[in-house]
Design a binder for this molecule. Structure first.
Ligand code: PEP
Ligand code: MN
Length: 332
């Protein structure tokens, strides 16, 4: 349920409404927007008499929210959420360019790529330290050492860093990581999402391979319901019957998620396609469709990458792509 307040609502009346609702076991989430102030009510609102609230002097309107996601719902927060991290802003008209290798391999590799993508306009550096590989025999990442190398690259370039967590036990290693990534395979790991809801750090959640928009938004809701509002949604392709591409990029996810939710939406054209040649056109389509940014795998030597070489573009290709993406964003 949402309660839309009148402009200049009396603070005493607002306090008494809030304490009455809290006493009824309802969590009240206020949002001061550009047009109005909204109280989002979470919990069992079925016993709340809508007419009783509507009748209050300070109330403009009351609406029930049918969707199961509440905090992530645009009805709760009509303005775009803008997430500030490491000197960059995600959402609200900004174009976020996340670039870097699939996995951190060595100091030279990560610092070299970080310097190159920064020069080309990347705003955030990516790199996997804990890799969720389909085969237990594949390279699993450098783990703690990988995070240390990412932090060195952060220090060398000033770029904020994003890396994937696979288990809540790993959280102490993420203290200086700027954004925590939850991978497609962990999108419905509700224990992990609940823990990430209790920290003060942005969380990027990748859409599961067979997850609906509502499933993804409910995963965001798990984090937000615990008190962490800084969630970023990422479409990275879904499983379909097509086998030519690694996954099928669902471009409709951009306008749909941005209508249903106020959270920033990022597209990952690398995992969506599995092919470096397809990354630029898909990234351009994503920005044209209104995405808040892209996350692109960039490797200095794709042929010898320890992970996802075929879908990694070179720093030179990223340089040319980032200019085109900025142009597209500017023309919208
Ligand atoms: C990744 O970004 O490195 C990754 C493993 O992606 P996904 O979870 O989308 O497969
Ligand atoms: Mn990868």
């Amino acid at each position: 349920m949402i309660v839309i307040l009148k402009k200049d609502a009396d603070t005493h009346e607002l306090e008494s409404l809030t304490s009455w609702l809290t006493g009824e076991g309802i969590k009240v989430m206020p949002t001061v927007g550009s047009h109005s102030t909204i109280l989002g009510l979470v919990g069992d609102t079925s016993k709340i008499d809508i007419n009783l609230i509507s009748a209050l002097d300070i109330v403009e309107d009351v609406k029930r929210v049918q969707e199961p996601y509440k905090a992530a719902n645009r009805k709760f927060h009509p303005d775009d959420t803008v997430i500030e991290v490491g000197g960059t802003k995600i959402g609200g008209g900004n174009l976020t360019l996340i670039a870097g290798p699939c996995s951190v391999e060595s100091k030279e590799q990560i610092i070299g790529i970080a310097e190159a993508v920064k020069k080309s306009g990347a705003t955030i550096l990516r790199g996997g330290a804990f890799k969720p590989r389909s085969s237990p025999y594949s390279f699993q990442g450098l783990h703690e050492d990988g995070i240390k190398l990412l932090l060195e690259a952060k220090k060398a370039t000033g770029l904020p860093i994003i890396t994937e967590i696979m288990d809540a036990d790993q959280l102490p290693l993420f203290d200086d990581v700027d954004i925590i990534q939850v991978g497609a395979r962990n999108m419905q790991n509700y224990t992990l999402l609940t823990v990430l809801g209790q920290i003060d750090k942005p969380v990027l959640i990748k859409r599961g391979m067979s997850a609906t928009y509502e499933d993804l938004l409910m995963s965001a809701e798990y984090v937000m319901s615990q008190g962490n509002p800084r969630v970023i949604l990422c479409e990275r392709g879904i499983r379909t019957y097509e086998t030519y591409t690694r996954n099928t990029l669902d471009i409709a996810a951009v306008p749909v998620l941005k209508t249903l939710s106020h959270l920033p939406v990022i597209i990952d054209p690398s995992h969506a396609s599995g092919k470096a040649a397809l990354v630029p056109p898909l990234a351009k389509a994503a920005v044209a469709a209104g995405a808040d940014g892209v996350m692109v795998e960039v490797h200095n030597d794709p042929a010898h990458a320890k992970c996802d070489g075929p879908q990694s573009i070179t720093p030179e290709a990223f340089d040319s792509l980032s200019k085109k993406l900025l142009n597209i964003k500017g023309s919208l």
